[in-house]
Design a binder for this molecule. Structure first.
Ligand SMILES: Cc1cc2nc3c(=O)[nH]c(=O)nc-3n(C[C@H](O)[C@H](O)[C@H](O)COP(=O)(O)O)c2cc1C
Length: 421
């Protein structure tokens, strides 16, 4: 069972009951926040307060997001697909309200997040009563709306197949195995790492790590990849692998290499964090005036690379990069913690600066100037790589690896081929 859900949660074959159960958990967290408000003035950030703040943080950082995604990506679209007449009209009016609630609650949460983080690590004891009240009221109203309309509608309209589909999507989102054999292989035992004895230096001699690196040899053998077993759509295949990477608790599964090329054809790479992927492409956020930003303005072709070492998997994605809309960039920018927003404003990314002290002074100046609701700077936003070629690589024994590459055709469909290792 997933750690984000309590053991007493209903089974995922009753997905609507699971969603209601999540509401119960949210109500508990809101009650903890209220208690914390009363506790802090008397006791400060004592052990009890720190634990309470950590618990609330943990819940709203993870489980609450998953719950919102269940509704946004599965429940509402599934209801939209089948609702008719009065139900369709109710949904048309309700869905935008629900989505706006999520957005506004996320924004309020960002303010609480900063304060609770400080309480949890003992560096602060401030918790804004008005923000807690607004957050709680909004959430309580929101849950009531859902419980009075969407939940009964789903129970009335969904048949066993829709319930199964919703339950499975919710499980996958939480990294719970839904009977996919590849996922089981992916969590099998970790293979040996071989350091051959030949690397032992003769007495009296020293071998530098730069030379010894050639002796680091790891044989791969956790799983295989067959061109007949992969999904037809590479984005769905990527989704499956990403979910398996989450389930396997791969270190930073969302970190990817981005390679760009300058006007002289010289490549450069760096790691960024993917923030969204869907049929449109793979999105990350950065400074448009950075080195990568300038290179992409001159040459929009780029390559992304994921390496999920624990699963012995690599995914290489090539294509053309475009900027996300200002609206999309604003949405993501506003969802970030305040300090991250201030950092984005304060940093002229990739430009030289004399010292760390200068950087921090500049940050303080920016923080004073822009206050607590800074606007996204125009030179900061999203890039989306629209894929043309996606290669999935699975490590196999003795370097005889599996590689399957998808290539996008002019009509938007994908073909796939096995490549030699
Ligand atoms: C794990 C990790 C995650 C990172 N995520 C981002 C990111 O999402 N956006 C970003 O602009 N830089 C990110 N960076 C920093 C970049 O690697 C890079 O230093 C920065 O974007 C400047 O690159 P450039 O000078 O090539 O434009 C990340 C670095 C690491 C190691």
């Amino acid at each position: 069972m997933n750690s984000l859900l309590p053991d007493t949660a209903p089974d995922f074959d009753q997905p609507v009951a699971v969603l209601k159960h999540c509401h119960g958990r949210i109500r508990k967290q809101l009650a903890t926040l209220e208690k914390l408000l009363a506790h802090l003035p008397q006791h400060g950030a004592d052990e009890q307060a720190r634990q309470a703040a950590s618990a609330v943080l943990k819940y709203f950082e993870k489980a609450a997001h998953l719950h919102h995604e269940d509704e946004e990506q599965d429940l509402i679209p599934m209801l939209r697909a089948i609702a008719q007449g009065e139900d369709a009209a109710t949904l048309q009016a309700l869905a935008p309200v629900i989505l706006q609630d999520h957005k506004d609650m996320d924004a309020m949460w960002q303010d609480l997040h900063e304060q609770l983080t400080a309480i949890a690590d003992g560096s602060g004891a401030q918790l804004s009563s008005s923000t807690v009240q607004r957050f709680a009221q909004r959430y309580l109203g929101h849950m009531e709306r859902e419980e009075n309309t969407m939940a009964p509608m789903a129970l009335r309209l969904f048949g066993p197949e829709q319930m199964r589909q919703l339950g499975q999507a919710m499980q996958r989102r939480r990294g719970i195995d839904t009977g996919n054999p590849a996922a089981e292989t992916a969590t099998a035992a970790v293979p040996d790492v071989a350091m051959p004895g030949g690397s032992v230096p003769a007495p009296g001699t020293t071998v530098s790590v730069g030379e010894r690196v050639a002796d680091l040899r790891k044989d791969y053998g956790r799983a295989s990849l067959d061109e007949n077993d992969v999904l037809d759509d590479p984005i769905q295949q990527f989704t499956r692998w990403f979910e398996e990477a989450l389930k396997a608790e791969v270190n930073e599964p969302n970190a990817m290499g981005v390679s760009t090329v300058d006007e002289d054809g010289r490549p450069s790479s760096r790691i960024v964090l993917i923030k969204q992927f869907d049929a449109r492409g793979f999105t990350w956020y950065t400074n448009y005036d950075s080195q990568k930003g300038k290179q992409l303005s001159g040459n929009p072709f780029a390559c992304l690379l994921f390496f999920w070492s624990e699963l012995e998997r690599q995914v290489r994605i090539e294509g053309k990069v475009e900027r996300t809309s200002a609206e999309e960039s604003d949405k993501y920018f506003n969802s970030r913690p305040l300090k991250s927003r201030l950092s984005a404003i304060a940093s002229r990314q990739s430009a030289p600066i004399a010292s760390r002290a200068d950087l921090e002074h500049h940050y303080e100046d920016v923080a004073r100037q822009v206050g607590e609701t800074p606007q996204r700077p125009e030179n900061w936003g999203g890039f989306r790589l629209v894929p043309e070629r996606i290669e999935f690589w699975q490590g196999r024994r003795s370097r005889f690896h599996d590689r399957v590459v998808y290539t996008r055709q002019e009509d938007g469909s994908w073909t796939r081929q096995r490549l030699q290792p």
